[in-house]
Design a protein around this ligand. Structure first.
Ligand code: GDP
Length: 362
């Protein structure tokens, strides 16, 4: 359109017509639609059919902190419960570098080779999604990750250990309902997470390395006591003799422990996860264990105890979350913490004030 200032009364000025301004947004680009949340029954139906996409979606909801997601997740779990419980749950621990991923890859291929379906889960409260989880990362299990019979899921992202562990435990239920009859739960053998894993598995495998002769020193007694089997990895090449020596040392160390409540004396074996030596023997030991505890009734006892443990754990966790997520409480905590730190208020009075406020709220 002709510009009004091009009129002859505005001498000395011309206004050139410019180019039409292109729209800032591509009109051909359609807005990506948000996928609607799946319904619980849709997910359950998929899971029971063994549909891994639906299983993965459900696990994502289990891990989510969004209340709407949690509500669906809890419904899915409840509906899957009658279809769960029929797997062998095996916990695997060992310090970083012990060869957990390499071993899980080899053990897993062995298990799948016997016609089983395997889910590999992890508990690693230190991991954060953004940094890439240390555990359960698919690339670490090259052989397994391309198998249809294997479902690999990294650890839920960082949070309280109880929270991360509960999510993994709920994921076990979903995997079992999806037909996975063997579950591996991996954890780094350096902290409290072994206790959490121990409380959700039937068999606890401790992966060790032959060291310089003082290998027993670094191992926490508690972890040894929890183990139903100790396996010394990297028994290959020059390392075979050292692995055997470590085996003898572990065996004699185990004599000092009382017989565990299962009545099963933990076995110590050597193997090589990388060269796949001794894998079948490790597996045979695990088979023997399951036969043993199924016969003497400990299998059921342990699962019942675990159910009770998780009831209390879940209550503890939810109470804590309800308390700390309360915005009033968060504000009060900050204020009282400052007063306590500067010695202007005693910790007991601070705690009482905050709790009084919490309990008086309705
Ligand atoms: P993770 O940290 O416990 O998961 O340990 P990895 O599975 O990542 O293994 C740590 C290192 O040990 C890697 O370089 C592996 O290649 C090596 N490794 C694992 N298993 C064996 C084994 O059986 N023999 C030998 N020689 N090396 C192994």
């Amino acid at each position: 359109m002709e510009h009004p200032e091009n009129d002859s009364q505005y001498t000395g000025l011309t206004v050139n017509s410019g180019v039409a301004q292109p729209p800032s947004v591509n009109p051909y680009m359609r807005r990506a639609k948000r996928k609607p949340l799946p319904s619980a029954s849709e997910l359950v139906e998929g899971i029971i059919k063994g549909d891994t996409t639906q299983l993965a979606r459900a696990v994502t909801l289990v891990e989510s902190l969004v209340p709407a997601h949690q509500a669906i997740a809890q419904e899915v779990i409840e509906k899957c419960l009658p279809h769960s419980g029929r797997s062998r749950r095996i916990g695997i621990t060992g310090v970083p570098g012990a060869g957990k991923s390499t071993s899980i890859d080899s053990f897993g291929m062995h298990v799948i080779g016997q016609g089983h379906r395997l889910a590999v889960l992890a508990i690693d409260p230190s991991s954060e999604r953004t940094k890439g989880s240390i555990l359960g990362d698919k690339t670490r299990m090259e052989k397994l990750s391309v198998q249809d019979a294997a479902f690999i899921r990294p650890s839920p992202s960082a949070g309280s250990l109880g929270g991360v562990a509960r999510k993994t435990r709920e994921t076990i239920v979903l995997c079992e309902a999806a037909g996975y009859d063997t579950i591996f739960v991996e954890t780094v053998g350096v902290g409290q997470s072994e206790t959490a894993v121990h409380s959700m598995v039937d068999f606890f495998l401790l992966i060790q390395l032959a060291g310089t002769g003082d290998e027993l020193q670094g191992i926490k007694r508690g972890i040894m006591e929890m183990a139903d089997g100790i396996v010394i990895n990297k028994a290959d090449g020059d390392n075979i003799q050292r692995a055997q020596l470590a085996q003898a040392q572990f065996r004699s160390a185990l004599h000092l422990f009382p017989t565990p409540p299962s009545g099963w004396t933990p076995k110590v074996l050597t193997y090589s996860g990388y060269y796949e030596l001794g894998i079948a023997e490790v597996w045979q030991m695990i088979d023997e264990y399951f036969d043993f505890v199924r016969k003497n009734g400990y299998f059921e006892t342990r699962r019942r105890q675990q159910s009770r443990y998780w009831m209390f754990e879940t209550i503890d966790e939810q109470l804590r979350r309800h308390f700390y997520d309360n915005p009033d409480i968060a504000r009060m905590l900050e204020e009282k913490e400052r007063l306590v730190l500067s010695n202007r208020l005693s910790s007991f009075i601070a705690a009482r004030d905050i709790l009084d406020h919490y309990f008086s709220e309705k």
